[in-house]
Design a protein around this ligand. Structure first.
Ligand code: NAD
Ligand code: IPM
Ligand code: MN
Length: 351
């Protein structure tokens, strides 16, 4: 019985997870998937109530008892330190060694693309964001804090093992999915130690995949090129921080942050699936959050559990909502969050 831990989290995270679960429960019933869901009370409310961010032993339970984690978003203006998000989200990425942050950027309906004259076939790429090191480890320190002489250091960690496994994952994915190229992006012209390592490892791994075109762009140029000519890109591999930034850019060219899905994956182990967006305090509680990114993330989770056919059906359902205009206000629609789910369910039921 596949077990899924559910962390709705904060703000619109809770709203979109409610809707994602409606679809997952329906698929579970219709297809006899035998999925078992356990909802966890984690997030800002819990932290403010009893000080708990991540209860002791929970990472061990994730490893021992669960195949997947389905997360909404973490972030609340009442917790300016964001300590709970660091412990729960970044904690899961590090503790569970979820080294692949897989973020597809696919345009499903050209009406929602801000780039002129752009067809869905021109925006279809997958970003492999390194997810366990880079500038995210918290290595660093503050010296003479609060004084005029204060110093703050944030160290970027790049290990050969970490760099190699994400680059290898990108090439392996390109080969297995028949994609034509892998673009590695760094800032080796300015960051001469860590990103030199990326350059050398990229050359080494690309030699093992002669049929796949391998090219390199500095990250500033990558940002420019993703807007100028997104069809250049098929698979992109980059470090943790650059991956964070370019996937928000990518989200916009695929139709908005409400459509961007992600998986935090260690192949063969418990992995975490979540929309790319945050808790959106500006629209939380209004019932207008776009749930489509969560549906696509649920699809990625079903693939991880061995049901890739159902991922395709969920993508078709999202496509249907977009094509028929069952979309939330930020996409110019009139639908409320739960009405988008109603439309997706009707589509799935009648297929
Ligand atoms: P955000 O993604 O929450 O919001 C950015 C903008 O996009 C806002 O205007 C918001 O209304 C809009 N938006 C986002 N998701 C939407 C959706 N599904 N439908 C419609 N509109 C949507 O980013 P932010 O404002 O920088 O962050 C808010 C909080 O969320 C912060 O605490 C941040 O740290 C956190 N955050 C968490 C995650 C996560 O848990 N994975 C990811 C990003 C940000
Ligand atoms: C994301 C988010 C997180 C990140 C934040 C909330 C720490 O922006 O998942 O994209 O930077 O990885
Ligand atoms: Mn982000």
């Amino acid at each position: 019985m596949p077990r899924i831990a559910v962390i709705p989290g904060d703000g619109i995270g809770r709203e979109v997870i409610t809707e994602g679960l409606r679809l997952l429960h329906a698929l579970n019933r219709w297809h006899g998937l035998d999925l078992h869901f356990e909802e966890l009370d984690l997030g800002a409310d819990r932290y403010l109530r009893d000080g708990t961010t991540m209860p002791p032993g929970l990472f061990d339970r994730f490893r021992a008892e669960f195949q997947a984690i389905f997360l909404g978003a973490l972030g609340d203006p009442r917790v300016p330190s964001n300590v709970h998000a660091k412990d729960i989200l970044l904690g899961s990425r590090f503790e569970l060694d979820l080294y692949i942050n897989l973020r597809p950027i696919q345009l499903l309906d050209s009406r929602y693309c801000p780039l002129k004259d752009t067809e869905p076939s021109q925006v279809d790429m997958v970003v492999f964001r390194e997810n366990t090191e880079g500038l995210y480890t918290g290595i660093g320190g503050q010296f003479k804090r609060g004084t005029d002489d204060e110093v703050a250091l944030e160290t970027e960690m790049n290990t050969r093992k970490g760099v190699e496994r994400i680059i290898r994952a990108a090439f392996a994915y390109a080969r297995q999915s028949g994609r034509k190229s892998v673009c590695m992006s760094d800032k080796a012209n300015a960051m001469r130690h860590g990103h030199d390592l990326w350059q050398r490892v990229f050359k080494q791994v690309q030699a093992e995949y002669p049929e796949i075109e391998a090219f390199h762009l500095y990250v500033d140029v990558l940002a420019m090129e993703m807007v100028r000519k997104p069809s250049r890109f098929s698979v992109i591999v980059t470090n943790n921080l650059f991956g964070d930034i370019v996937t928000d850019l990518g989200a916009q060219i695929q139709g908005g942050i409400g459509l961007a899905a992600s998986g935090n994956i260690h192949p063969g182990r418990v992995s975490l699936f979540e929309p790319v967006h945050g808790s959106a305090p500006d629209i939380a509680g209004k019932g207008i959050a776009n749930p489509l990114a969560t549906f696509l993330s649920a699809g990625m989770m079903l693939s991880h559990l061995g049901h890739s056919g159902l991922e395709a059906r969920l993508r078709d359902a999202v496509q249907f909502c977009l094509n028929r205009g069952y979309v939330t206000p930020e996409l110019g629609g009139k639908s409320r969050t739960h009405e988008v789910t109603d439309a997706a369910l009707t589509f799935l039921e009648n297929q």
